[in-house]
Design a protein around this ligand. Structure first.
Ligand code: DC
Length: 230
């Protein structure tokens, strides 16, 4: 994506971390649209490598081969908050990455430390390519990927509220056991590699349990430094 004002604007990276179902994606896209920034969903990158893993037929304990997959695949990310997309080796997998089987297996890929290193490098390159004017959401953006972000937020919500949101997103097609697996079990697995339960120093904690989307977007936008007057 082209960023024509790049030379004249200052960096504004908004880093938003949080567990699944905390409302990160809708919030991050809303903030990007409001502030005129690009948008990067780093979870989509882990999910795209998971699609490659599922296609490969590898087993969860084949960690070296899973690591090699991350080196071999080519991810292409569209960072437009109006139409975010991701391709795997030239094929758009934006819908496939949302399938329940991908959610079920993504922790196998996301807990592989080599995969994390490879994707972290790619995320940093994408932030640079957006001239550091971008909203980035994930689990370790405020702590590992871009801790120097101008705005750093940890977005949390009560697990019951998160399960209910995920079920609503999938039009009630997700039963309680599957919702529990996608939220509580996945948090537990993800927490083995990233700390996203408590905010790091300088990170603003926002609990969205009793807030609506607009209120969360307002709060995050209010944290952005105002541009210097001409
Ligand atoms: O946000 P999500 O549910 O789409 O993320 C998918 C998985 O990727 C999730 O299990 C955690 C992992 N992830 C991560 O470990 N680090 C990130 N920066 C983003 C996502």
């Amino acid at each position: 994506m082209a960023h024509p004002q790049a030379q004249t604007t200052t960096a504004l990276v908004v880093a938003i971390d949080g567990p699944s179902g905390s409302g990160k994606s809708s919030t991050a896209r809303g903030v990007a649209q409001r502030l005129g920034l690009a948008y990067l969903d780093t979870g989509a990158m882990y999910r795209a490598v998971t699609v490659a893993y599922l296609r490969s037929g590898l087993q969860p304990d084949q960690t070296e081969q899973i690591a090699a997959l991350a080196d071999a695949v080519e991810l292409t990310v569209t960072d437009d908050p109006e139409a975010p997309a991701i391709s795997l080796d030239g094929t758009d997998v934006s819908d496939e990455i949302r399938e329940p089987r991908v959610s079920q297996h993504v922790s196998i890929v996301a807990t592989n430390t080599h995969v994390r290193d490879v994707l972290t490098d790619q995320m940093r390159a994408l932030v640079e390519a957006a001239d550091q004017r971008i909203v980035v959401e994930g689990r370790d953006i405020t702590t590992v990927v871009w801790p120097q972000a101008e705005v750093r937020v940890l977005l949390v919500a009560d697990p019951r509220a998160r399960m209910a949101r995920r079920q609503a997103e999938l039009d009630g097609k997700l039963n309680d056991a599957d919702a529990h697996d996608q939220i509580v079990r996945r948090d537990r697995d993800d927490a083995t590699v990233s700390e996203f339960a408590t905010p790091a120093d300088g990170v603003t904690l926002i609990d969205s349990t009793h807030l609506n989307l607009e209120q969360v977007i307002d709060h995050i936008c209010s944290l952005a430094p105002t541009p210097p007057q001409e």
